[in-house]
Design a protein around this ligand. Structure first.
Ligand SMILES: Cc1ncc(COP(=O)(O)O)c(C=O)c1O
Length: 362
């Protein structure tokens, strides 16, 4: 059997997603379960998006527009860029794959941090491409250290900003310094899945740089827009780069309902504001509660918090499941004494703290 399978697939550890609510209910016989494991939106989805889907249901016998014309139009207007700067993906996950397929050749390499979004490594491995990693410094991407690691084979650099799972960010000064040191034949990807939660003034404005640099910015509708179940994300770059990425994309990669919902959600400022306010308020509550319990955490600009537990994170994860609270075990990230929790509604945040207190005192 083993000789049927490509070597890189044999050695691959698959991505382990946050446990779904129904699975936990089924397995543990629980009625009430809250999921704080995948950085989803606690408020649900934009009502505009839901209305748009209902209206579009009668047309799902047709293939979607492969070019996502109306979604690109809505995004271009919102971001002040041209439609030609945009490519839409089946989640930003798919765009990571498209980027590697489009730009990274046989003997070329991918550079990223050692503790970051796992898909960069997994998708590189599926595509049989080598990944070089640089350790985080104090839970943050070490851009100076990464610049030193660039060599003739480096082709694409992935920077999650803010970083998942740490919630930290690199600022505009660090990014400006880093980009000065990047050769012309290297592409830098800024994965900004959590950018809409950031309230730091020195967060880099990468959009303004796409014309001068080989930069690709990744964004998603899965987090602040609350559309994770639909799978839709986008990349912004120079039209010359986008054109080639379009060639590596499946013709109907983004389904019709995802396109109409995302197009409707783009301009839903009120939903975004409500989401941001909920996350900021929840964060202050969680910080204070954790401090009161004497539990260390990494301050976060995103909608989740990395928490240090005084024992195996896997133990805390499993114990919390018994109380119907799903957090994320950080073992697969190499952070054995940590869990990651998504900031949610106040009711859910309180439940998380009360269960964490019980489990830590056991
Ligand atoms: C940093 C980062 N990038 C990308 C993604 C994937 O997002 P999407 O749902 O758009 O595929 C995630 C999801 O958790 C993420 O944390």
């Amino acid at each position: 059997m083993q000789n049927l399978i490509r070597k890189n697939i044999l050695k691959l550890s698959p991505y382990i997603p946050g446990k779904p609510i129904d699975e936990v209910k089924r397995e543990l016989g629980l009625k009430q379960v809250i999921k704080l494991a995948s950085n989803e939106n606690p408020l649900g989805s934009s009502a505009r998006a839901v209305r748009a889907i209902k209206k579009a249901l009668s047309q799902i016998n047709r293939y979607p527009d492969g070019n996502s014309f109306y979604l690109k139009k809505a995004l271009a207007a919102q971001l002040g860029i041209a439609a030609q700067n945009l490519i839409i993906g089946n989640g930003s996950d798919e765009l990571i794959d498209i980027i590697i397929k489009t730009f990274v050749g046989d003997k070329e390499e991918i550079l990223t941090a050692d503790t970051t979004f796992l898909e960069y490594k997994i998708v590189s491995c599926v595509n049989d491409r080598k990944v070089v990693t640089v350790p985080l410094k104090n839970f943050r991407y070490d851009l100076a250290g990464m610049a030193k690691k660039i060599n003739k084979r480096t082709k694409v650099v992935f920077i999650a900003n803010p970083n998942n799972p740490t919630g930290t960010y690199v600022d505009r000064f660090e990014v400006a310094e880093f980009l000065k040191r990047i050769p012309k034949n290297v592409i830098v990807v800024f994965d900004e899945a959590y950018e809409l939660f950031v309230d730091a003034k020195d967060f880099p404005q990468t959009l303004g740089r796409i014309d001068q640099n080989n930069i690709i910015i990744l964004k998603t509708f899965s987090k602040a827009f609350g559309l994770a179940g639909l799978r839709v994300g986008y990349a912004v770059a120079r039209p010359e780069l986008v054109r080639y990425m379009e060639k590596a994309r499946q013709p109907f990669n983004v389904n019709y309902l995802a396109q109409v919902a995302a197009a409707a959600a783009v301009s839903d400022k009120k939903f975004l504001e409500d989401t941001r306010r909920t996350v900021l308020k929840g964060k202050q509550y969680l910080y204070a509660a954790l401090e009161k319990l004497g539990i260390n955490y990494v301050p976060s600009v995103a909608n989740f918090i990395l928490i240090e537990v005084a024992c195996e994170g896997t133990y805390i994860f499993k114990e919390m499941l018994k109380y119907g609270v799903i957090v994320r075990d950080m073992k697969e990230y190499g952070l054995n004494n940590f869990i990651r929790v998504t900031i949610a509604t106040m009711r859910e945040n309180r439940k998380f703290i009360s269960v964490l207190r019980k489990v830590m005192n056991k």
